[in-house]
Design a protein around this ligand. Sequence first.
Ligand code: ZN
Length: 323
Amino acid sequence: MAVPVRQNLCPASRYDIKCPYTRTPTRVVIHNTANDAPAENEISYMLSRPEEISFHYGVDDKEAVQGLPLDRNAWASGDGHGKGNMEGIHIEICYSLSGGSRFAAAEKNAAWLTAQLLRQYGWGVEKVTKHQDYDGKYCPHRTLDLGWGRFVEMVKKELNTPEKEEEPDLTEAEARKIAQEEIGNYFAALEEKPVSGWAKKHVELVKERGIMNGDKDGGFRPGDVITREEVASALVNALGLGKEASDYARQAFEKATQAGLLDGAMPREALTREQFALVLDKLGLVPWAEEEAGEEPQQPAAPDDPQDQQEDAPGGEAEKENG
Ligand SMILES: [Zn+2]
């Protein structure tokens, strides 16, 4: 789990006290603060003190705060100009005085930060050292009490966790906005799809007859799928008999199903609106198409005025909304 890392860096004017030497780091040095303050306070206090006392990071249960540049030394491990002070990147783990869950979380975050530094410099876990290694002081005291090998294992575990790009958490409103944009793009793309040549005549016919009304902007969206409700509504519109036509609609629907036009050869999901317009025509439900195609009418003819038909048709509004 990525830990927020921020900087509250020592001003250059105080380098002479806090970090006078530029260097190339070769290791990480772990400490415990022996205090109960958060990282932010540890860093600001360290920077404010007049003494030659300094370290690179404070890490608590919430975040890591960096106080010194990594290419400068620190005064942290009591070994003067030895490898600890001169070459170490010093990490202070907060809340070690009282311990408990805050310390446990801070230690875990320190293991994460340590793993990041090992990755950054191409180092192995053998580069993870402790203050005690340099001047014998019993630091990091609580980490040592709990087991140094255990902490090194925590770092190994972090190293073995692949770093993946973390997607920022979306708020519900952001997710909804993105979904709306995607849906908008989807329908805009459909709207631009031309009616296929082979279906154009049929599409024009079912539109003219008011069998399928298109959406509220008059778009037919030929590539869009049709819902079961819209199929029923369009069949009733085609029959032109309003609610009383439910038997006919059912028969036509069954016929279309038996003929493999709806649920057989074409899966429902793949049935586009233009394909359905063709289905209606094949069933003889589009009167003008019958004349042109010379087919026998298979159902009662629709009334002549498509406007009446449209207004009377049950589900007409739903067709406009959904279609
Ligand atoms: Zn220490």
